[in-house]
Design a protein around this ligand. Structure first.
Ligand SMILES: *Cc1c(COP(=O)(O)O)cnc(C)c1O
Length: 413
C-alpha cells in the first residue's frame, strides 16, 4: 500500500497495513520469517550502493529500493516491525528495534552522550538503567545527575545548571512507587537552553497506549518491549521511537556496530502482538483501577499507590496532563512490613510471584528484596521503597477473581 494512502489511516489500522507487502512474502497474509544472515546482491553496483548508503557516504533517493546486506545491520522482519511501530507512538516518524530494553537504552545513551557530557535522570529508575549510568558510563567519563521523580522544580533546576548536558532521561511513572514526572515541563525547560539536550522518556509502563511523550516535547521514547508491547512474558526486546528520523539513523549506525538488533523470529513475534497492545493495556488498566480502589479500603493495607488515588495536587496535575488512563501497575504498602508482604505473596493463588510486568497474566513482586535490592538505605528512603511494599502488574484476567485472590491472601496475613 502506498504511503500516500496509509498516512491518512488511523493508528490502529496503520499498525496492520504499514510496512508489510504480502507480495514480498510469496502472498502470505502475515509476514514470513527471514532468518538469513546474509543477502544476495542484485548486482555488484547494487552492493556498492548499499554499502555507500550504510556508511553514510550517500543519501537514499525517495522510494529507492536498497539491497539488504547482512542481518546484523538490517533484515526484513526488523523493517516491517519498525514501520508498524511508528503509528503506535503518537508523533513518531521512525523506530528502531533492539534485542532488549537495556540494549535500546544503552545504545541511545552511547550514541548521544560523549565523555565530559552529563545526563540528568529521574530516580528511582529501572535498576539496569541506574547501573548503566552510575557504574558503567561514569567510567567512560560521562556524568550522571540523579533527580527525584516528580520533583518538578528540582528537575528544572538540574536541567538549567548541569554542565554539558546532553540528555535528560525521564522514566514515568517511577517503579515501584508510581510517582509521575512531568514530561512537558522538563521538555520545555530543555528547549529553552542554548544547547538543547535530547529529552528521552522510558515509556515502558504507560506507553504506547496511555502516555505520548513525543507530543509533550520529548525527542525519543525508549521501551522494554518485553513488557506491554509483547505482553505474554515470552520474549525479551526493546525499541527506540523518535520524532526526528535523523536521531534514529544515528542510533542505527551504533546498533550495526554493537550487534544488538532484534532477531528475525522475535521481530515476527512482536509484530503479531502490536495490534492488540491497546486492547490488552485498556483491559489491564480497567482491572487495576477497580482493584486498587477496593484494596484501598482493606484494613491490612496501609496505602495503595495508584494514579486515581493520588492526593498530591502536583501529582494529580501531571497525571491529568499526560496520561489518558491510570494504567495497569499498582503497589500496596502492607501493614506488618516484610513478613506481611512475604505471607501475602505466598498465599496468592492466581497472581504469580515474579518480576517483570505488562503481561496478560498478573505478576506480583517484593521490590525491596528483588528488583530494588541493590539500593542503599538512603535510596530506599528517598524512593519510598518500604519493607511492606508489593508491586502488582495487573493482567487481563477477570478483575473479580483477581480481587478475591488478593483479599483471601490479605485475610491470611
Ligand atoms: C524491564 C524494563 C527495562 C529493561 O528492559 P529489558 O527488556 O529487560 O532489557 C527498562 N525500563 C523499564 C521501565 C523496564 O520495566
Amino acid at each position: 500500500m502506498s504511503d500516500k494512502h496509509t498516512s491518512v489511516l488511523r493508528p490502529h489500522t496503520q499498525v496492520m497495513t504499514r510496512g508489510f507487502d504480502p507480495s514480498l512474502s510469496v502472498g502470505s497474509a502475515r509476514p514470513a520469517v527471514f532468518r538469513s544472515s546474509t543477502y544476495v546482491f542484485s548486482s555488484p553496483e547494487a552492493a556498492e550502493r548499499a554499502f555507500d548508503l550504510m556508511a553514510g557516504r550517500a543519501q537514499p533517493e525517495p522510494d529507492e529500493q536498497v539491497d539488504l546486506v547482512y542481518s546484523r545491520f538490517n533484515h526484513p522482519n526488523a523493517e516491517i516491525l519498525e514501520d508498524q511501530m511508528v503509528p503506535l507512538e503518537t508523533g513518531a516518524h521512525a523506530a528502531l528495534v533492539f534485542n532488549s530494553g537495556m540494549a535500546a537504552i544503552m545504545t541511545a545513551l552511547l550514541t548521544f552522550v560523549l565523555p565530559g557530557e552529563s545526563i540528568v535522570y529521574t530516580v528511582p529508575i529501572y535498576g539496569g538503567t541506574q547501573h548503566l549510568i552510575q557504574d558503567f558510563l561514569s567510567t567512560l567519563g560521562t556524568i550522571g545527575i540523579p533527580v527525584p521523580a516528580g520533583a518538578t522544580q528540582e528537575i528544572d533546576d538540574a536541567i538549567r545548571s548541569a554542565k554539558n548536558l546532553a540528555v535528560v532521561l525521564i522514566e514515568t511513572p517511577a517503579n515501584p512507587t508510581i510517582i509521575m514526572t512531568g514530561i512537558k515541563q522538563a521538555a520545555d525547560t530543555a528547549a529553552g537552553l542554548l544547547r538543547k539536550p535530547l529529552v528521552m522518556v522510558d515509556n515502558t509502563l504507560m506507553g504506547p497506549a496511555f502516555q505520548h511523550p513525543l507530543m509533550l516535547g520529548a525527542d525519543i521514547c525508549l521501551y522494554s518491549a518485553t513488557k506491554y508491547l509483547s505482553g505474554f512474558s515470552d520474549m525479551i526486546g526493546g525499541a527506540a521511537i523518535a520524532v526526528d528520523p535523523d536521531l534514529i539513523r544515528q542510533m542505527r549506525s551504533k546498533r550495526s556496530l554493537f550487534g544488538n538488533i532484534l532477531q528475525p523470529d522475535e521481530c515476527w513475534m512482536l509484530d503479531g502482538r502490536l495490534p492488540t497492545v491497546a486492547l490488552r493495556m485498556n483491559r489491564s488498566s480497567k482491572n487495576a483501577e477497580r482493584i486498587a480502589e477496593r484494596l484501598a479500603r482493606n484494613p491490612k493495607v496501609a496505602r495503595v499507590l495508584y494514579p486515581t488515588l493520588f492526593t498530591d495536587t502536583e501529582q494529580i496535575r501531571i497525571v491529568n496532563e499526560q496520561c489518558d488512563f491510570p494504567g495497569g501497575m499498582l503497589s500496596l504498602d502492607l501493614r506488618g512490613g516484610k513478613k506481611a508482604a512475604f505471607e501475602f505473596l505466598r498465599n496468592l493463588r492466581i497472581a504469580r510471584n515474579a518480576v517483570s510486568l505488562g503481561s496478560v497474566e498478573t505478576l506480583v513482586c517484593h521490590p525491596k528484596t528483588t528488583t530494588h535490592s541493590g539500593f542503599t538505605d538512603a535510596e530506599f528512603a528517598q524512593a519510598g521503597v518500604t519493607d511492606g511494599l508489593v508491586r502488582i502488574s495487573i493482567g487481563i484476567e477477570d478483575w473479580r477473581d483477581l480481587l478475591a485472590d488478593f483479599e483471601q491472601a490479605l485475610d491470611l496475613v
